[in-house]
Design a protein around this ligand. Structure first.
Ligand code: ARG
Length: 281
């Protein structure tokens, strides 16, 4: 009887292990249309479409602009994604979501990759794979121009309302570095900018290129010299489902070229100009 029981335990163990192995590989490959492909890269190529989750409220990386009178999602990340898709020989399908839903969509298999100025933090790396970094931002505090001399230090914002995008690392920056301020989280960056302009919040934490773009579009706002600390995990990378080794390698080799030959910097510059022209229209 004891022997039989022992054998059963061993057998069950083998079955469970086997199931885990299969489950692991098929679930990581399930995000794209093609179920037969054995890795994400092949699945995307077979489907002919790269499904990209983003939050198009983040000029110059992803934002809405009127192009020939038509509402279009544009930006440095979008140019980068289009170039990647060209090289893979596939079309792009953009899913425009609130930022706090972007990584969830990736996790649920609704997108193949997430490209949204996403900071590759250690915490996020526990759930997702990331490519190499393609852009390193600084953290900036934006205020109304007429408050520029009032809000010139971390202490000056004590007890004041400081905004950050919901689900972004800027929420943590407010909580950690402006610990005596009151965090106000809002889903969309343009709404945060409006709240600031209307004075319902006193400051707003944004990343450098984004802060510069919105300040250029709103001459009543200014970027302060308040020193916020940046950390290594702030840099932007493309997020992938866990275990996307082939896709990750392919994207890294494309990114390497685009970074080294200055293409990414060009995309950022070009789209900063585009955002300003569009706002001026
Ligand atoms: N880099 C920040 C983060 O990952 C903010 C990104 C916001 N992106 C956007 N498209 N709104 O948390």
């Amino acid at each position: 009887m004891k022997k039989l029981f022992g054998a059963l335990v061993v057998l069950t163990g083998i079955l469970v292990l086997g199931a885990c192995g299969n489950g692991g590989s098929s679930s990581t490959g399930s995000s794209s249309a093609s179920g037969s492909a054995d890795n994400q890269l092949e699945a995307i190529k077979a489907a002919g479409v790269l499904n990209v989750a983003t939050s198009a409220d983040f000029a110059p990386f992803e934002f809405h602009a009127l192009i020939d009178g038509k509402d279009t999602i544009v930006g440095a990340d979008i140019d980068m994604v289009n170039e990647i898709a060209d090289r893979l020989g596939v079309e792009v399908n953009i899913l425009d979501l609130d930022f706090n839903a972007v990584l969830t969509a990736l996790q649920q298999g609704k997108a193949d990759i997430a490209v949204s100025g996403i900071s590759a933090t250690d915490e996020r790396k526990q759930t997702f794979d990331f490519t190499d970094n393609y852009f390193t931002p600084e953290q900036k505090l934006v205020v109304n121009k007429n408050n520029e001399s009032t809000f010139d230090s971390i202490e000056s914002l004590s007890g004041k309302k400081v905004g950050a995008q919901k689900g972004s690392i800027q929420e943590m920056i407010v909580q950690d570095q402006l610990a005596d301020s009151q965090l106000v989280s809002i889903a969309k960056v343009p709404n945060l900018v409006n709240e600031l302009k209307q004075g319902s919040i006193d400051g707003l934490v944004l990343e450098s290129a984004v802060a510069e773009s919105y300040v250029a579009q709103n001459d009543d706002l200014v970027i302060t010299d308040v020193a916020l600390e940046a950390s290594e995990g702030d840099s932007y990378a493309i997020a992938l489902p866990k275990g996307s080794t082939e896709l990750q390698e392919e994207l890294n080799s494309i990114l390497k070229e685009l970074i080294e030959d200055g293409t990414i910097d060009e995309y950022v510059q070009k789209n900063t100009d585009l955002a300003n022209e569009n706002a001026a229209q």
